[in-house]
Design a protein around this ligand. Structure first.
Ligand code: GLY
Length: 370
């Protein structure tokens, strides 16, 4: 069975297909791959996995359709790799009828989408996300881009894919740490929008982490539906979409500080959301019981709740001041006000934030949880 979720964006509308062995379906195959000028962009790890499964349909596809390999990891999501891909395309005389296929996780999706948005002023692309994190979040909504040494995702564009193909079979090829990392974005959706989903996760998180099909499918569909609702209302992040950045100002600071790739994105998001929840509690907004439930769900999924030991409050502040949400040097943060509801706090005082981070790092707000 194939589930479909439509993302309605007028001329840029597309469908998210969710199921198993999706490329075995002729209609989906012809939707993803045009008659000619397709190029798959993937990474070395995924290519190796596909080449081991000689009977798999993806193996047959990759032996017939040209592909380009980017080395695996966040540290390759940069302009240098973009330029290499563009040189490859130009040398082979790809024109504006090029169709790029992003086969990989968030890094591959972001970089491929970005290239699609700038190559000869824009070509089509399709997302085939292979990690939980990209299946529930990154592949949907057309955010594309690369990192700059001074800040994560600082170079980019909005460019919607022609469609998203979510095949659950990919997840069984992932190391457990990547499934756990993806859970951080799943939990994020529940905290922002859906108290009932949060309660459901509290009961079913282990089944999802163990990739039990019924629970996994429910979880992925739920996140895709929530994300498409957000994108339809606010494609370019002027209002509602900002909520999806819950915890991301702290998280991006951690990733930039540690060097891209040393922290999995989901791990940094977990710490970021816990810090946002702590801050909300510190401001007397979030209740103690809800704070504890938020900390517990990340902790019990195997996600970290503290950032790098050596990262000082000054390091957080310096990097957070470079965040895309900062306007006129004023820090804006999304904070949970209860489970299932968040709010934009448009002007967080820098000294206040500095003191909060100092206290948070001393771990005095954890009420003996650990
Ligand atoms: N990953 C958050 C967004 O797409 O807006």
């Amino acid at each position: 069975m194939i589930d479909q979720i439509r993302v309605n964006l007028y001329r840029n509308s597309y469908t998210i297909y969710i199921g198993k062995k999706l490329l075995d379906q002729k209609s989906l195959f012809t939707l993803v791959f045009k008659k000619k000028n397709n190029l798959i962009i993937t990474n070395s790890t995924i290519k190796d996995i596909i080449f081991k499964k000689k009977n798999d349909s993806l193996f047959k596809i990759i032996t017939k359709i040209p592909y380009y390999i980017i080395p695996d990891g966040e540290s390759y999501k940069n302009l240098c790799e973009v330029e290499k891909v563009i040189s490859f395309l130009l040398k082979r005389s790809y024109g504006r009828d090029l169709n790029l296929i992003a086969l990989g996780g968030g890094v591959i999706g972001d970089i491929t989408g970005f290239i699609a948005s700038i190559y000869q002023r824009g070509v089509s692309f399709f997302q085939i996300p292979t990690t939980l994190l990209s299946q529930v979040d990154a592949s949907i909504g057309g955010k594309t881009g690369v990192n700059h040494i001074l800040g994560k995702n600082m170079i980019g564009s909005f460019w919607q894919p022609n469609g998203v193909l979510i095949d659950l079979d990919f997840l069984s090829t992932l190391p457990k740490s990547h499934i756990i990392s993806g859970m951080a974005e799943v939990i994020k959706y529940a905290i922002i929008f859906d108290y009932k989903f949060f309660c459901w996760l509290e009961k079913n998180i282990l089944q999802v982490l163990n990739l039990q099909e019924k629970e996994l499918l429910y979880c992925i569909k739920k996140c895709c539906k929530l994300k498409s609702m957000v994108i339809e209302k606010d494609e370019k992040e002027t209002s509602l979409r900002m909520f999806l950045n819950l915890g991301h100002s702290f998280a991006h600071a951690i990733e930039t500080y540690s060097g891209y790739g040393s922290w999995l994105h989901g791990s940094a998001v977990s710490v970021g959301i816990v810090m946002a929840a702590q801050l909300s509690f510190y401001l007397n907004i979030l209740s103690k019981s809800e704070l504890l439930r938020i900390i517990k769900i990340f902790d019990s999924s195997g996600l970290p709740i503290f950032g790098p030991k050596n990262m000082l409050p000054d390091d957080y502040l310096e990097l957070m001041l470079r965040d895309k949400k900062v306007l006129n040097k004023v820090i804006r943060l999304i904070l949970p006000i209860s489970i299932g509801q968040v709010k934009v706090f448009p002007s967080i005082d820098k000294d206040f934030l500095f003191n909060f981070i100092k206290i948070y790092q001393k771990k005095i707000y954890f009420f003996g949880l650990r």
